[in-house]
Write a protein that binds this ligand. Sequence first.
Ligand code: F3S
Length: 406
Amino acid sequence: MFLTDDERRMLDGESGRGVQRAMELLVALGEAFDAEKMIDISRAHVSIGGQESDIFYVEELVAGNARCKVPPTINPDWDVDTLVKYYKVSDHQVDLARKFSDLYGRIGAVLSWSCTPALMDNVPVYGEHIAFAESSAAVYANSVLGALTNRESSQSALAAAVIGRTPEYGLHLAKNRKGTVLVNVEAPLRDDLDWKLLGWYIGRAVGLETPVIKLPPATGTPTPEQLLNMGAAMNTSGTVPLFHIPGVTPEAIKAGSTVIGKRLKKAWNVTHRELDQLRGQISEESGPVNMILLGCPHYTLNQIREVATALDGRQIRAQAPMWIQTSFHNLALAERMGYKLAIESAGAHLVADTCIDQACWGNFEGGHGLTDSPKCAYYRSKRGHSFKIASLRDCLRIALNGASAQ
Ligand code: F3S
């Protein structure tokens, strides 16, 4: 890969050990993917797993005096101050969360702690080159907004944020952004859960191809939440950092019929039968519910309003706590607008800065939960916590009736 004199000097360590380590990673990536050169990025988003492996790299960069040239927003960890009031979490995990905050603050990240940056805190424009980790955020930025990013790891996104550049390969190149396979959705999607199941189906089916998703004519314009959640599911069951929807997503609108590249490799037809079968496969249906967990990805203000409206003046009867995760901004707005009060008066909780895949939810492991998110169900199951997947409306009905998930 060609390096400018400036890049070469950074690689040689002239800007300090932290910058050098970041350059080493980017150069290795560029060489692995045959990039010809590096390009500027104007935004970054870093995912974090809340585990020691993630600390290792940021700690090394901070120790080497690196500071982000492009301040990245960061993914949620967990809201220590709020959640330790409810649940027992080991001192080690609390220390780890505080250490994350300290290290990302020192490297110059924006401490947003949210997995929906492209909807609020860090919104790229069409054609902007960026480095986004968090698979649900990267696919949204690429597909819905028409920005250009590879599906970065937390480390490569952080390295790009430090240098302000990334190797030019993959989805930074127009030639790699054409659709290659077709997914023909034959029946109208019935609710938001169908969008998530469609995403899961596509992620599992298409492998590393770029799908063009043809929706039935009566579908109307999808909401940002539907597109976000479809992409999140697609990148849980599979690895699909870019999709196109004719008439909806910007590159598909611009390219028209040429959104499919030179050759259509394969096509699938999806009906309600495929979606219903899939739900049967990925949802653990039975068992008393020990928690109801919503907001993976983080709920938007619209989704919070939907919950608040449904719960307003009513009382949750489920013998299980109900938590709704959102961003710091949306929590503040929900408070101003009375949604938080409506939700809390019903007996549920709204929390910011928090991911479903964190130590704070460890008390519930070994049990069975209820969620509207296939992504939540998948990652919680890896921690020994099975989940029934239902539409938001059914989750709320179960919460209000106090029934088990059976
Ligand atoms: Fe967000 Fe964590 Fe889900 S980062 S998308 S709440 S797994």
